[in-house]
Design a protein around this ligand. Structure first.
Ligand code: GDP
Ligand code: MG
Length: 175
């Protein structure tokens, strides 16, 4: 046939973090370059894929979205199984979502492989006037915990590509 893609690797990535921080919109921005203004809470576990080239390898990123199970400890270990990377998202306009990041890291340490690459994401950076979590607080936490870190906007797309590419490049280095 024609146009058969020769995928070199499939990388499973999970997106986690509190409800309404923008997980589904970040995924939609990265896989469809789209933002849905009236997104509903996610129903059912699902994943989206995007195939891209990293270091001359064709990589299929298989990115899993939570099924509105963001309550503490409601995400099951099956969700984390085989995940090589995690996008751990908080909302820069909601302090509590940043305070909960430590719990999500604990969840990852408990359920995911210990080689998992973790990217901390401060989303909704476009809401400049509503920001309550200073960038420096997140940088300090990320350095302390050994996480990568970006601030993003799923709304205008800022840094979404950069964050995913960095995560996938780091996965490429460890697998
Ligand atoms: P999830 O529960 O973490 O999957 O969050 P959603 O992706 O459903 O987003 C929750 C709400 O935040 C929705 O009303 C989105 O339109 C809004 N939202 C998501 N990302 C952004 C962003 O980057 N900027 C702004 N201003 N709103 C966002
Ligand atoms: Mg969602």
């Amino acid at each position: 046939g024609v146009n058969i893609e020769k995928i070199d690797y499939v990388y499973k990535v999970v997106v986690i973090g509190d409800s309404a921080v923008g997980k589904t919109q970040i995924l939609s921005r990265f896989t469809k370059n789209d933002f849905c203004l009236d997104s509903k809470s996610t129903i059912g576990v699902e994943f989206q894929t995007r195939t891209l080239t990293i270091n001359s390898k064709l990589i299929k990123a298989q990115i899993w979205d939570t099924a509105g199970q963001e309550r503490y400890r409601a995400v099951t270990s099956a969700y984390y199984r085989g995940a090589l990377g995690a996008m751990l998202v908080y909302d820069v306009t909601k302090r509590q979502t940043f305070d909960h990041v430590a719990r999500w890291v604990e969840e990852l340490r408990a359920h995911a492989d210990n080689t998992i690459v973790i990217m901390l994401i401060g989303n909704k950076a476009d809401l400049v006037d509503l920001r309550v979590v200073p960038t420096e607080d997140a940088i300090e936490f990320a350095e302390d915990q050994g996480l990568y870190f970006f601030e993003t906007s799923a709304l205008n797309g800022d840094n979404v590509e950069a964050a995913f590419f960095k995560l996938l490049e780091e996965i490429y280095k460890v697998v």
